[in-house]
Design a protein around this ligand. Structure first.
Ligand code: FES
Ligand code: MG
Length: 591
């Protein structure tokens, strides 16, 4: 006698002999485009494709095409495919910030996976927040799930040099400010950085989060780096479709993969690739939704000592095609594993461990991917700071440029100390309006501060902390000043800002108490960040504090503000974090 097979989750909708009335109701409309009752009652798993591509989401638009190969993989492996749309998220086109959409898409996908007859799901990831939104939902629902990345764009070229997404805009903006280039030249350079379908070709937040999805064990090995137009991308789509069907039969769920070991792997890989500061809230959010608690300081404890071994913009020189040719994430992970900086036992979507998956990987080429023993930078992770200005903020050390920080880091007796006079902006409109005002007295001694840019204040938290100095300073060769803020910055920015400050000014954090002219002292040796203001004065300002941020413009902005936590805790909808494995909790019938 063979053991009776557990009925599929989808059969509770489509094939419940005890309740023919409801079965008929659930079935009939799905037949109307030609699929048969026999197929839907065959016992084959029903696999969702969570489709993030659309005209509004060009970074993920190639998924409309890739989904055809995913479907073929699902069919060939014995599954049935239901493709459905996810709320669009586009990083650069969305006002006031795509960060508002991460939790919205998360919420929408949780409802879809909970309420419809699906046994497993392919998560189509790409643009920055699509990857965490989908992984957060998979973590909450805990049905078998696998990531398929859209893949990065081809390398961009401008004036005979590599033109990387985002990074070229930060660079050319400096030239525009000094009149070295004009408007048309600026726009041409920006367009040159986007030569094909796919997501940002720098190690910005998109490539970071897709690399980390692979490091987490949530995609097939090698998935993250394949450029969107390459034939291997379609082949990866097919293999992903094949694999999800087996995952359903193996009941291989996110909760088995997204363990503490996997989360630590993501943090270590993030340092090695020079990954985005946005990885901090996103990975923290994924961890919390699956029930793994990670503290803000874990980013430093687990990740700071890991060296930068990938030479990709903005921390280095190359773009995604070079990274892919050098072997991508498996090569990085294998090098980390060989140096005891990876939890090799972590289970992955292949049903095998991380170590088994990467056994095939090549050695570093020594150029695009460096050996662990000869890195681009020794300790390349985030430093976590705290003090009277905030309880937690991070600084990405892989982009610290010696030229810039030598002004601060190498002062005799004061190594790794930044001290200066604060000039405070209330948001990016205020910054753009006043940055050129000579009355602000901005000079080499200035620290630029921006507030009301966090999850509540903006709302959503905006990428505005990397602030450019006034043109007069740039003309004198000072192209960067230290920046501090309760917002975020683009993963494509090479600015060593102190950001993601939590709690933010809008909810009473210390940045809200600062006034222009205060002196700030950041000591990277001790991890402290303080306004040099007396305790009495600070307490008086706190007592008089009034939040100062713009009104909500849409219903979701108001709901977001009422439910969101701080960036150091992932910027999650706090009430959502307690829900676990909601895919196992059958919703009541609808009639
Ligand atoms: Fe979408 Fe960078 S803007 S990936
Ligand atoms: Mg971004």
């Amino acid at each position: 006698m063979t053991a009776e097979k557990k009925p599929r989750r989808s059969a509770k909708w489509f094939d419940n002999p005890e309740d023919p009335g409801m079965t008929a109701l659930y079935l009939e409309r799905y037949l109307n485009y030609g699929i048969t009752r026999a197929e839907l009652q065959s016992g084959k798993p029903i696999i969702g494709i969570a489709q993030t591509g659309s005209d509004l989401s060009p970074c993920n638009r190639v998924h409309l095409e890739l989904a055809k190969r995913v479907r073929e993989g699902i069919r060939d492996a014995g599954g049935i495919c239901f493709e459905f749309p996810v709320h669009p998220i586009q990083e650069t086109g969305r006002r006031p910030t795509a960060a508002l959409d991460r939790n919205l898409a998360y919420l929408g996908l949780v409802e879809i996976l909970h309420g419809y007859p699906l046994d497993g799901v392919v998560l189509t990831t790409g643009c920055d927040k699509t990857t965490p939104a989908l992984l957060m939902a998979a973590a909450t629902v805990d049905l078998p799930a696998i990531v398929l990345s859209a893949g990065p764009m081809l390398d961009g070229w401008h004036d005979g040099k590599l033109a990387g997404s985002g990074t070229i805009i930060w660079e050319q903006r400096l030239k525009l400010a000094t009149g070295e280039i004009d408007y048309t030249e600026f726009m041409d350079a920006a367009a040159a950085s986007a030569p094909s379908v796919g997501y940002c070709n720098t190690m910005g937040t998109a490539s970071t989060m897709n690399s980390l999805a692979e490091a987490l064990g949530m995609s097939l090995p090698g998935n993250a780096s394949i450029p969107a137009p390459y034939r291997e991308r379609g082949q990866m789509a097919y293999a992903t479709g094949v694999r999800i069907v087996a995952m359903v039969d193996e009941d291989l769920r996110p909760s088995k993969i997204l363990t503490r070991a996997a989360i630590e792997n993501a943090i270590m890989v993030n340092s090695a690739i020079g990954g985005s500061t946005n990885a901090q809230p996103h990975i923290t959010a994924i961890a919390r939704h699956v029930g793994v608690e990670i503290a803000p300081m874990d980013w430093q404890t687990v990740g700071y000592d890991v060296p930068l071994i990938v030479d990709m913009q903005p921390a280095g020189r190359y773009l995604s095609e070079a990274f892919h040719r050098a072997g991508g994430v498996p090569v990085v992970m294998k090098e980390l594993l060989a140096n005891d900086r990876l939890n090799g036992e972590a289970l992955t979507v292949t049903g095998r461990s991380a170590a088994e998956n990467i056994a095939f990987a090549a050695a570093p080429d020594g150029d695009v991917i460096r050996p662990y023993a000869a890195p681009l930078k020794e300790r390349a992770g985030f430093i976590v700071l705290k003090g009277n200005l905030f309880d937690a903020a991070i600084m990405k050390t892989s982009v610290i440029s010696e030229a810039f920080f030598s002004r601060y880091l190498d002062r005799p007796g004061e190594r790794w100390v930044l001290e200066g006079r604060a000039v405070v902006f209330e948001g990016s409109e205020d910054y753009h309006h006043r940055i050129e005002d000579p009355a602000l007295g901005i000079d080499e001694d200035t620290i630029l501060v921006i507030r009301n840019a966090g999850p509540v204040g903006w709302p959503g938290s905006a990428e505005v902390v990397n602030m450019q100095p006034p043109a007069a300073l740039i003309k004198r060769g000072i192209t960067a000043l230290p920046c501090i803020g309760d917002g975020r910055q683009s993963g494509t920015s090479g600015s060593a800002s102190i950001l993601n400050a939590s709690p933010e000014a809008a909810v009473g954090g210390g940045l809200g108490l600062l006034v222009t002219g205060d002196r700030i002292r950041i000591d990277l040796n001790t991890g402290t960040a303080d306004a040099l203001v007396s305790a009495e004065e600070w307490a008086a300002r706190k007592a008089a504090f009034q939040p100062n941020y713009p009104a909500s413009q849409t219903p979701w902005q108001e709901i977001h503000r009422a439910t969101v936590g701080q960036l150091a805790e992932g910027g999650c909808m706090e009430l959502a974090v307690k829900y676990r494995a909601v895919g196992d909790v059958l919703a009541r019938n609808n009639h």
